[in-house]
Design a protein around this ligand. Structure first.
Ligand code: ASP
Ligand code: MG
Length: 432
């Protein structure tokens, strides 16, 4: 069966107009077989995270936060549907699952509870979207992706168990697509073999779409976004960014690895393995092709800038000024892996080892603690990691303005630097 996988992110379903726009796009494909993967509405995942935190902190705000989220969803439903529509019961029942969790004392495993609550965002948005598509009418059905994507029990960062997922996908989705044209399902979530809900890591819906594309041998995968395609830099930070019409899988993997937020880093590998083209397309201009990511080699790329915020540079040395030797490095690396600190750059000298990581303060603290008394750790925080692929000297000079460069490295066509933004010093106007 020839099918496409479409992924709509939170920004595409942030309000009633968003759902209407998704409906308009799918109408253009009404006779195609499509698996539609949807994220939670707008900032719902963040709101659910706040609910979990508040529940664990026992700060008394939990039910207010939940009421706000419910109101937001019900207001939207009232805008999209006539009074008394079935969707209301469906949404009510879905929220009840959160009520049940919150009635109990917090489970000792925070990450487990997080997944049971935060996953509700995608269940809600996918149910609303399915009801809405049916009302148009489009020939659509809803699927609980937890009956397809099997994972291990690493809550908040679950790993896919591919062989079972593959079997489930072909059994359940292909047969469902015989009856309807569009199957709407959830991004970001999965299930353990014991039927506990898991999540695949923040922004994981792209990855879900890639998993399903892979398992179903999709003809193409399409990520619908609020930008024209893959750009040469973040338009919120830079003027005059340019859309890249074509990108190789390899270039896309490199860009996302360095922190480009346009696609989740885990997305490319599964579709590259099966040579499935990935289109990154603007949901506000569905006729535009956006960016095509495929195996085609591009001969040359313009400079592409990727900025990662919240970096920490950790300087580790031995307390007695002895050399940092290989057995020390081996220990340092195993702890970095244990606390899942992503290493972005590193360098060692005779008596110190410096490493730039994504700063997740509680993990850095645990890392430091376990390093123990033999080592001294000094951390520089609030840094940025700037990566420029296909750089030229002009761009480099421009990027260094008003910045303190703590660490810089050039490798073939890539420059990386860890920088601190300097305040612009201005001479005071002193009148005598
Ligand atoms: N809703 C989830 C998040 O915001 C997953 C996603 O949007 O891809 O992280
Ligand atoms: Mg999102």
């Amino acid at each position: 069966m020839s099918l496409k996988v479409f992924k709509f992110g939170g920004a595409s379903v942030k309000d009633a107009d968003g759902f209407k726009n998704v409906g308009k796009i799918l109408k253009k494909y009404k006779d195609d077989k499509i698996v539609v993967v949807v994220s939670a509405m707008g900032k719902t995942t963040n709101a659910l995270e706040e609910i979990v935190k508040s529940y664990y902190a026992n700060d008394g705000n939990t039910s207010t936060l939940l009421q706000q989220l419910k109101a937001h969803h019900f207001n939207l439903v009232n805008e999209l549907f006539d009074a008394g529509h079935d969707v209301l019961d469906d949404i009510n029942d879905t929220f009840v699952e959160i009520d049940w969790v919150l009635e109990e004392q917090p489970h000792e495993d925070f990450d487990y509870t997080y997944d049971q609550i935060v996953s509700i965002g995608e269940l809600l948005s996918s149910k609303i979207l399915t009801h809405y598509l049916k009302s148009l009418p489009l020939n659509s059905g809803w699927l609980d992706v937890r009956s397809v994507i099997l994972t291990d029990n690493t809550y908040r960062d679950a790993r896919v168990i591919w062989d079972t997922t593959q079997k489930n996908a072909t059994n359940k989705i292909l047969s469902a697509l015989k009856d309807v044209n569009h199957i709407v399902t959830q991004g970001f979530i999965g299930s353990t073999s014991e039927n506990f809900t898991t999540t695949l890591g923040r922004e994981g819906s792209d990855y879900t779409a890639a998993i399903l594309s892979y398992c179903l041998d999709a003809e193409s995968m399409h990520i619908w976004k609020d930008v024209p395609g893959v750009l040469t830099g973040d338009p919120r930070i830079f003027d005059e960014v340019m859309k890249l019409p074509r990108l190789s899988y390899k270039e896309a993997i490199e860009m996302t690895y360095y922190g480009a937020k346009v696609i989740h880093p885990k997305t490319i590998k599964p579709i590259q393995n099966k040579q499935i083209p990935l289109y990154v397309r603007p949901f506000l201009d569905p006729a535009s092709e956006g960016t095509v990511i495929s195996d085609e080699k591009e001969l040359s790329y313009p400079p592409v800038i990727v900025i990662e915020h919240d970096q920490a540079l950790l300087h580790i040395s031995t307390n007695d000024f002895s050399f940092v030797a290989e057995h020390h490095l081996s220990m340092i690396f195993s702890l970095l892996a244990k606390y899942r600190l992503k290493v972005n750059m590193m360098r060692n000298t005779a008596i110190s080892f410096s490493v730039c990581v994504n700063n997740i303060p509680d993990r850095v603290k645990k890392f430091e603690k376990e390093l123990g008394g033999e080592f001294k750790l000094i951390a520089d925080n609030d840094l940025e990691l700037i990566t420029i692929r296909h750089f030229n000297e002009d761009i480099l000079k421009d990027m260094k303005k008003n910045k303190l460069i703590l660490f810089e490295e050039r490798l073939q066509d890539t420059v990386q630097m860890v920088v601190k933004n300097l305040p612009k010093m201005k001479r005071k106007d002193i009148h005598s």
